[in-house]
Design a protein around this ligand. Sequence first.
Ligand code: SAM
Length: 354
Amino acid sequence: MSTALAERRDSPAPGETTRPLVDRQLRRVEYLRLSVTDRCNLRCTYCIPEDGVAHLERSDVLSFEEVVALVRSFARLGVRRLRLTGGEPTLRRDLPQLVKMLRAIPGIDDLALSTNGLRLVELAAPLRAAGVDRLNVSLDSLQPTRFARITRGGDVGRVLAGIEAARAAGFHAIKVNVVAVRGFNDDELPALCSYAWERGLIPRFIEQMPMADGALFVPGTFLGAADIRAMIAASLPGAALLAEPADGPAAGAGPARYWRADVPGQGARRFGIISPLTEHFCDTCNRVRLSASGALHTCLGHDDATDLRAALQDGGDAAVIEAIRAAIGAKRDGHQFGLLGIGGPRKAMVQIGG
Ligand code: SAM
């Protein structure tokens, strides 16, 4: 491409970057989940098939420079909040360096990370120093044997040590994400709450979504938001459970709804529920996902994607901005996740960007 052409294409038309990123339902998109790798060091049964999924070739994974170029375009369009995810994002080599580069992008004022915690002992302090503000750590059980079973071999001791390292590193908030699975960890929800509350962390419970064409869904294991609330309430006798306002103290940028239990003698205890199935939040969805290869997914529940890497290579920032606007313009009204394990995308979570 000639320099003149590159310059012309890299300069979005005036006005192109000042209109907010709004879809057909007038939902404003300002939150990007960015997958930095499709690889994971766990194989959670509800997330990845036992024999894994086909991995991207190294050359198909966006370079740091490409990630920064794409995020700069999102930031120009009003995206303010970024969450790094995967796969397992801490497996991406030199992740703190990428965090620093993303932090330097004008307009990005909140940077969070989702992790399984296995590498936090080494990485919590460098990631905090590089500019990660908030952390979500996945933890489906505190019991070593159970944890190893659901993650197919994970060591919960390493995750717990990682959470301690994260607490010492001084993140603004640490949330503990638990996928709620009937018959697996439903008897442990109160213990997971106590673990988090004793450390000043916020526990959050996620309804299982039928990803990968329902291939990972085990009938009878779905646990919905109302049951999760009832189980936690039953473990706190005498405590009133109240819905928190959308801008309450635990609120983040994502879809969790928060609840407060006023426990006599102990004060307020907060927990979140992410309920894409029984109490879905599609009408307020403010986020999109960028896969590790640069595919923009505007809804987790569908396979549709726009190749932003190709747009960047072919037409620079202006083409990326045009492609983002077109994709948001076609953002689906909602997903069709069903309670019986159908209705989700053909892709697995790690291929879209959890
Ligand atoms: N590896 C990182 C982690 O563990 O947080 C980031 C990626 S992981 C896919 C993000 C979150 O998605 C985790 O909390 C995981 O438990 C959750 N998750 C994966 N598959 C899911 C499913 N089918 N339904 C609900 N949550 C799921």
